[in-house]
Write a protein that binds this ligand. Sequence first.
Ligand code: COA
Length: 325
Amino acid sequence: MRAGIKGTGMYVPPKVISNDDLVAMGIETTDEWIRTKTGMQLRHIAEDDVCTSDLAAKAGEAALKDAGVKPEDVDMLILATSSPDVILSSTAAITQAKLGCSNSGAFDVNSVCSGFVYAFDIGSRMVLDPHMDNVLVIGAELYSKILNWEDRTTCIYFGDGAGATLLQKTDEGGVLGSYLKADGTGASVIEIPAGGTRQRLTKELIGSGQEYFHMDGRAVWNFATVKYGEAITEVTKRAGFKVDDVDWVIPHQSNSTMIKVCMENLGLPYEKAYLNLEKYANCAGASIPIAIHEAAKDGSLKKGDIVATVGYGGGLSWGSNLIEW
Ligand SMILES: CC(C)(COP(=O)(O)OP(=O)(O)OC[C@H]1O[C@@H](n2cnc3c(N)ncnc32)[C@H](O)[C@@H]1OP(=O)(O)O)[C@@H](O)C(=O)NCCC(=O)NCCS
């Protein structure tokens, strides 16, 4: 018996911002720079009165509908997010209430851009428990409210959105294993410096930029181009497969230029990486479940395909799930 994906769903807010719109907003960038360096063209941005749990609930609702499961039959709701509604309580619990999953447990997983890979692994183990039939794993992020819109080295990369998978036990295909790692010595490569317990957000710090998302892009590049390959090599090895057996890689949608280098390093054709970042940009912990949903629904994923997710980002953290579709 394995954990299998019974349903998928996604939600992105309706407002779309193009690279040229960013220029029109006064950001010192160009459509050409963003396309060449990242492959991104569009991103969806939430309105001011929307929060992460709104996106999560809509994606979760779509996955439940796809699976034919009622909200009250969900046993556990796991939410990967690094942009919670509030520091506490958990955004998973707020989402649970919005969805009406009245009989479920609920908790957040924060592993930033690899959050979904971690949450999916936890969910795929939990659903094998005899007392659990339905585990809903959601990735939801609303980075537009945590970005510094005056910092062109971060604000152009991200979009808002949510994706979800509904897991059940299956005796056909399913999750073959996961590989999860972290290296906290690199924690400052991606962080929001102020607003937590290390540095409370004082009146003096508001407006300093310390309350917003920071990223050392070159350091991320150097880290991710190594860990992408490591994660896929190790997850396949653990499950008794070879890298060549992988039919689809569903990567964190960070940067197509970087993903191309990673696929070359692995010896896999670039075409085996499923990409949708030109439409949604980097949705952090939501990017992989959004891509899983689109790959499932546009017919890319065929029964029996070997699919490897790969996530990497803040923590630093990285990992992969191997799935037989
Ligand atoms: C950010 C990244 C594209 C930088 O590539 P690079 O070729 O090393 O570029 P540099 O940082 O040296 O910047 C090149 C120039 O572009 C400029 N630049 C940076 N952001 C820019 C933007 N949005 N628009 C236009 N120019 C920009 C820089 O200021 C620099 O100008 P300079 O040469 O006059 O100093 C690359 O490091 C990257 O994509 N990293 C990964 C980020 C990522 O995936 N994050 C997701 C985390 S999960």
